[in-house]
Structures are given as C-alpha cells and as structure tokens.
Design a protein around this ligand. Structure first.
Ligand SMILES: C[S@@+](CC[C@H](N)C(=O)[O-])C[C@H]1O[C@@H](n2cnc3c(N)ncnc32)[C@H](O)[C@@H]1O
Length: 251
C-alpha cells in the first residue's frame, strides 16, 4: 500500500469505518462467531463530521480533534518540546503533535522536538515518532520508555505527557473504575518522575465512580488543574479530560 506523501500514512487503513469500529470495540459477535459491525454505531460514525474531517486532513482517528481543542485552549505543544503519548495507537494524537512540532505543520520532514508513542497494540509508523509497543503497567515497558528518553547527558525531562489510554471495559463498574484509575495513577507517577517542573499532563478519564479521587490526585500533584470535554468527544460519552500544569513540590 502506498504512503500518502502529504499525510505520511497509508490511506484507508485507520479511518476505514470497519477498522475504526473494530478498534473501538464496536463489533457484535454473531452466533457463528463472525464479527459484525454494530449498525447504529457505524451509521453515526460514517456521518460524524470529525470522522469526515479526519479523512480529509489525513488523521488516523477523529481523536486528533480532541487533542487539537485541548491544545488550542491551553497552548500545550510548543516548538522544541519532548512529548510522550501514552496509548498512542492508531496514532492520531502523535500525528497532531508531529505536525505541530514541524515548522511548516507538515506530516514529514523537519521536526523541532521529540515524540515517543507507547501502546499495547502495534502502530503504523509516523515519521519522527519513536514507538514502543508494550503495557504501560509493566516495569520493563516503563524501563524501555526511560531508556528511550535517556540522552547522552542523562535523563531527558519531558515537557508534555498526553494519555488517551483506556482499558478494555468489563462492564463491572467498580472493576472498570479501578483499571482506569490505575492507568491514570501510573501516568501521574511518570509525570512526577520524568516531567519538567513546569510540564503538563493530559489524561482521559470518565465521570462516575473514582472521578473525584482522580481530580483530588491531580490537585495534590499539579499547581493548576482544569477539566475539559472537547466538542469532538461524543456528547453521550462520560469521557472527559483533565489537564494538570506545573508540578507541586513533593512533601
Ligand atoms: C482511544 S485509544 C487511543 C487513540 C489515540 N490517542 C489516537 O489518537 O489515535 C486508547 C489506546 O490505549 C491503549 N492502552 C490501553 N491500556 C494500555 C496500557 N496498559 N498500556 C499501553 N496502552 C494501553 C489501547 O491499546 C488503545 O490503543
């Protein structure tokens, strides 16, 4: 398959509705065991303006517009930044950051900064983005990330950590809330250890059980904490984002 020179990715792969449905877990299993796309979701997906925009602008997922709005609201991505993208697959956030760090806003060529993506699942390469495949909860994977960040003069401190990580949900609320909280706590810990004092952490979380405790964790960790539900986040979804800026000194 040919790579699009303008967008730097293989066309039709990531924004394909069936592939997107599969990635979003929106498939129903037929009695015969063959996966069938959830029709209502597919209809909504095909008519979604952000899906159309993502296809037009060469983003792998509509999620790019969530990060775009967060960035435009809080001025997250700055030239020269070192950015860690947790839960990066299929790669729309990394693509957005990559373009933002390009002097010409391009998907390829000069990159003024560094981007490291990490995900359980594989990710199609993005020019200029270093990708680590693994589970962020595992010590060896975290070590791999630390090693990748290590520069000739020691550890490179990160300017921005963005986490869109979402676990597979079981439907059991307390178990799901605990899984979500665990990923966020690990992202906060990583930010405390590896982020510059004036750095920013963005995480995805969900309203409901555990939300208030996670906001408290953010307030205890960061000088400034803001919530934002971007327009591209589906209105019916309890998904929202927390933005933490400037690390508080640890007691
Ligand atoms: C909503 S998707 C991210 C979309 C991405 N931000 C983009 O713009 O393309 C959530 C991702 O989190 C990843 N994920 C979930 N748990 C993870 C874990 N423990 N370690 C690493 N990645 C994880 C999933 O594999 C999935 O690809």
């Amino acid at each position: 398959m040919k790579v699009n020179a303008k967008t730097g990715f293989k066309p039709g792969v990531q924004t394909d509705a069936k592939a997107a449905a599969k990635a979003a877990g929106k498939t129903a299993v037929k009695a015969g065991g063959k996966g069938k796309v959830n029709k209502a979701w597919l209809h909504e997906h095909i008519n979604d303006p952000y899906v159309k925009l993502a296809q037009k602008e060469g983003y792998r997922a509509r999620a790019a517009y969530k990060l775009k709005e967060i960035d435009e609201t809080f001025g997250l991505v700055k030239p020269g930044d070192c950015v860690v993208d947790l839960g990066s697959t299929p790669g729309a956030w990394s693509q957005y950051v990559r373009r933002k760090l390009s002097p010409a806003g391009a998907a390829a060529g000069t990159l003024n900064g560094r981007i490291i993506g990490l995900d359980l699942l594989p990710m199609e390469p993005i020019e200029g983005v270093t990708f680590i495949q693994g589970d962020f909860r595992e010590a060896e994977v975290l070590q791999q990330l630390e090693d990748t960040l290590a520069g000739p003069d020691g550890q490179v401190q990160v300017d921005l950590v963005i986490s869109d990580m979402a676990p597979n949900l079981s439907g059991i609320e307390s178990a799901d809330a605990a899984r979500i909280a665990h990923l966020i706590e690990l992202a906060v810990e990583f930010a405390q250890n590896r982020m510059k004092p004036d750095g920013t952490l963005v995480v995805k979380l969900f309203h409901g059980s555990g939300y208030d405790q996670l906001v408290k964790l953010f307030r205890d960790t960061f000088k400034v904490v803001k919530p934002l539900k971007p327009k591209a986040s589906r209105p019916g979804s309890s998904e929202t984002f927390l933005i933490g800026r400037g690390l508080k000194k640890r007691a």
